[in-house]
Design a protein around this ligand. Structure first.
Ligand code: FES
Length: 580
């Protein structure tokens, strides 16, 4: 046994010369593992979200092989294990519905097995938060290796971005500017290599968040999935996690309050997805770090968006990597004194600033100077008011500047089915100044909180050339989407938030500068309507059964991260020792 046996948790399985040790080792040996590998070396879990149903993560077995190479190189013992893979593109009703389920899988897989440290292979949107949430609850040493973005989409001689081009072209079809056949011809060109969405959608955002949080090696976020350097990074991460296991560099030493503040500032600089507000809160909750929705205003406000990527800007993740990737952004922030905690520790044992202070910046069009930003004040806007007492969010970099202060009459859809039924009705009483309101799409109302908040505009207005309108809902929005869209209204309609009682014609005022969202009806009227609404709810049939029931009963609201109430908190990796 080597000198580290005593302090590694795997010793409780493999470290004894008795009946128990015999049994734990013997069954593992059926995989052809020689005796000397049970000498007390760190057991490194490789938590793999590979699945052919998660196309963004479909290359992860090759990635895992490279991680293993690094683990062996550093004298560790790699053990790859699968967890539920919640891919965004196929899963219904939405991958968010199973984010917490996947996190439970990860947590219990780590805690229940002889794992000293873990490499988290994450890619598609919800896989990154799910893996970090599960590992954070165990507080073991962990490093994230992201799958990397797809190569640029190509269509008719131009670059097209994952997701974003779908929203753009489908609106053009509705407006009668292109045919459905022209739209469909972009299908194969949008996704032409392994990897995650190549826009600054939620997957790229969460990969950047992981890097800014310090739980990856530098450059993890942007190296394209098929670039050979992605595999080098995977191998180096495998090497590094063995050292982290021996150093006992646990997640709680990396995922500090300071790290989350760095990530929030970074999200503003990259024009990141609104989903990050939900996921960072959920990850922070699992490691015991206090984080509030208003931190996004306090820390993000005033930060310029300097990454010119779709959906807010022009370029795609491939250009982002060639321009210098996230280290280039962090360097720009740091040199301007905008990195809140440059000394925050990262997975390679160095501070964030040590990692990025000499980062090259190759293209100032993609990673723009702070005095030539894409958006001067790019942080997510947190909105409050009588329509969202516990908050709502809006992404100004993806919005129309002239609509950020707006007052208009509500056009209300009671749920997404109601929206689909009536939005194309030529008789719909709607003008470009109207405010589209969508209810019952929050965590409980549309379990999983679907990405329908960027509801398409009425076709008759699209045909007239309208390109954006104020939209308000308790839903989420794809990170690849855009528009003046107020999301995550809390409490949601189904939970009895005031959103539930907005009616057609109520005037709504949005002021992003001040951070307010009001419906112009008095408090007494809201109370009276809510009392009336509560009575109608008694007769609403509730679909029960299975995981769906667990979800509806225990999911927290958007401002609380949509985790399950019983999963919040760090429970550590200890497990009562089992004797055969
Ligand atoms: Fe998987 Fe976009 S659908 S990253």
């Amino acid at each position: 046994m080597n000198a580290h046996t005593k302090k590694l948790r795997s010793a409780a399985w493999f470290g004894t010369v008795d009946k128990n040790g015999f049994m734990y080792r013997s069954w593992m040996k059926n995989q052809g593992i020689p005796d000397h590998e049970f000498d007390g070396r760190p057991i490194i879990g490789i938590c793999n979200t590979w699945s052919e149903l998660t196309p963004c993560n479909a290359h992860f077995r090759q990635l895992a092989d490279r991680v293993k190479r690094g683990v062996y190189e550093a004298g560790g013992f790699p053990v790859e294990f699968p967890v539920f893979s919640n891919g965004e593109s196929n899963l219904r009703p939405t991958a968010m519905f199973t984010r917490n389920l996947a996190s439970m899988d990860v947590e219990e897989a780590i805690r229940g097995n002889p794992i000293d440290a873990v490499v988290l292979l994450a890619g598609c949107d919800k896989t990154t938060p799910a893996l970090l949430m599960g590992a954070a609850s165990c507080d073991v040493p962990a490093i994230v290796v992201s799958g990397g973005p797809m190569l640029n989409g190509k269509h008719e001689g131009r670059d097209i971005g994952s997701g974003t081009v779908v929203w753009q072209l489908s609106e053009q079809v509705k407006a009668g500017r292109i045919s459905i056949h022209e739209f469909m011809s972009a299908e194969a060109g949008m996704s032409r290599s392994a990897g995650t969405c190549n826009t600054m959608g939620t997957a790229s955002t969460m990969a950047c968040m992981a890097e800014a949080l310090g739980v990856t090696l530098p450059h993890n976020a942007a190296i394209p999935a098929v670039d050979a350097r992605r595999y080098v990074l995977a191998q180096l991460s495998g090497t590094r996690i063995v050292e982290m296991a021996l150093e006992d560099l646990r997640l709680s030493k990396l995922l500090t309050r300071e790290a989350f503040e760095n990530a929030i500032r970074t999200n503003a600089a990259i024009g990141g997805s609104t989903n990050a507000a939900i996921h960072l809160k959920a990850i922070a909750g699992r490691i015991g770090v206090p984080l509030e929705l208003d931190d996004w205003t306090r820390i993000g406000r005033g930060t310029p968006t300097i990454v010119d990527l779709q959906p807010s800007g022009r370029f795609l993740m491939e250009e982002f990597y060639y321009a210098g990737g996230l280290p280039a952004v962090l360097r720009r922030l740091g040199e301007a004194g905008l990195l809140p905690h440059p000394d925050a520790l990262t997975a390679n044992g160095k501070s964030l600033w040590e990692n990025v202070r000499e980062a090259p910046i190759y293209d100032a069009e993609v990673v723009r100077p702070l005095d030539k930003p894409l958006v001067h004040d790019g942080g997510l806007r947190v909105l409050r008011g009588n329509l969202a007492p516990n908050g709502a969010v809006l992404k100004p970099s993806a919005a129309t500047a002239s609509l950020l202060k707006h007052r208009g009459p509500a056009v209300v859809f009671e749920d997404f089915d109601d929206y689909k039924r009536r939005i194309a009705d030529p008789g719909l009483d709607v003008t470009p100044d109207s405010v589209l309101v969508l209810k019952n799409c929050g965590p409980k109302g549309y379990p999983g909180m679907a990405e329908v908040g960027n509801m398409g505009l009425p076709p008759k207005l699209l045909e007239a050339g309208v390109t954006d309108m104020v939209r308000i809902s308790d839903a989420r929005m794809s990170g690849t989407a855009y528009g003046t869209v107020v999301l995550h209204v809390a409490p949601e309609a189904r939970a009895g938030g005031p959103l539930a009682v907005v009616r057609d014609g109520d005037w709504i005022e949005l002021d992003c500068d001040v951070g307010t969202l009001h419906v112009e009806i008095g408090d007494d009227e809201i109370r009276a309507r809510l009392a009336q609404w509560a009575k109608t709810q008694e007769d609403v049939p509730v679909e029960r059964g299975g995981y769906r029931s667990l979800y509806i009963d225990h999911v927290l609201q958007a401002d609380e991260g949509c985790d399950f109430d019983f999963l919040v908190g760090c429970r550590g990796a200890d497990v009562p020792r089992h004797s055969h």
